[in-house]
Design a binder for this molecule. Structure first.
Ligand code: PLP
Length: 252
């Protein structure tokens, strides 16, 4: 299952699903690529088994590596599986036996990627995980307020199920996500995202180093004016004012 479902800007209740799966003896595999390091995630308490994250999202590190957390149940399931990969860069068991067992890499590592992840982890530790999570939440709250203030409709049906890593927004009738994204990029040099497979929506991403007030406000303003350019009925000023008021109230 996916924790933070980036294409639709939603969050799945893995904290509720984990204990149910554990009770039934099922091993859970969780894609927490866009939540890890920016959104609350408690693998042990939530009884999740195999978690996969990437350094290039909320950590603000380089792409190219995978970060895993593996529970005892997940190790047991892999050991019991005669078809589990071995002799491969993709073999989690190989990594365990050599890295955890001997403190060595099973294959030549990508040293520049490792150094990048190491540096990004050092920055996270310096900031503090709780502070990183709070920063993502503050910027998300302000973005959501800005979207509503502009008269636009967030894609998640309620804020309770929204992910703090990106704000997904319904594209007004008569326009398409690709058209809006391309226009905003071309005219304002601001990159927002399309809805990919999730629907006719656009997204303002705010994770890692973009989970800061000003990149988010730039995204919001460029999206609002871009929609106005394309004929949509939006109040850009009211949206920016609402986002700034939210930032002000949160002390950011
Ligand atoms: C970005 C993302 C991925 C893809 O990560 P890659 O490192 O590009 O494979 C997968 N799942 C989610 C939820 C993501 O946000």
């Amino acid at each position: 299952m996916v924790h933070s479902e980036t294409p639709s800007g939603t969050l799945n209740p893995v904290q509720d699903i984990g204990p149910i799966a554990r009770r039934h003896g099922a091993v859970t595999i969780v894609d927490c690529v866009s939540s890890w390091a920016g959104i609350e995630l408690k693998p042990e308490e939530w009884q999740l088994d195999l978690l996969v994250a990437g350094p290039q999202k909320c950590l603000g590190g380089p792409p190219g590596m995978s970060i895993l957390a593996v529970s005892d149940a997940a190790w047991a399931a892999m050991e019991a599986n005669p078809d589990a990969p071995r002799g491969s860069f993709l073999s989690i068991l190989d990594w365990r036996d050599t890295w955890h067992g001997k403190g060595a890499f099973p294959h030549t590592p990508s040293i520049s990627d490792l150094n990048g992840v190491h540096a990004a982890c050092a920055e996270l530790i310096e900031e503090g995980l709780e502070n990183s999570i709070a920063r993502h939440q503050r910027v998300f709250d302000a973005c959501w307020a800005g979207v509503e203030g502009m008269g636009l409709k967030p894609w998640p049906v309620s804020k309770d199920i929204a992910s703090a890593c990106a704000t997904a927004i319904h594209v007004p009738d008569g326009l398409t996500d690709i058209q809006v994204r391309d226009h905003v990029r071309e005219r304002y040099n601001v990159q927002i995202s399309s809805g990919q497979t999730a629907g006719n929506l656009v997204r303002i991403g705010h994770l890692g180093n973009t989970a800061r007030a000003m990149p988010m406000v730039a995204g919001l303003a460029a999206l609002g004016q871009g929609l106005a350019d394309l004929g949509a009925d939006v109040d850009v000023g009211a949206g920016v004012a609402a986002a700034m008021a939210s930032l002000s109230a949160s002390g950011a």
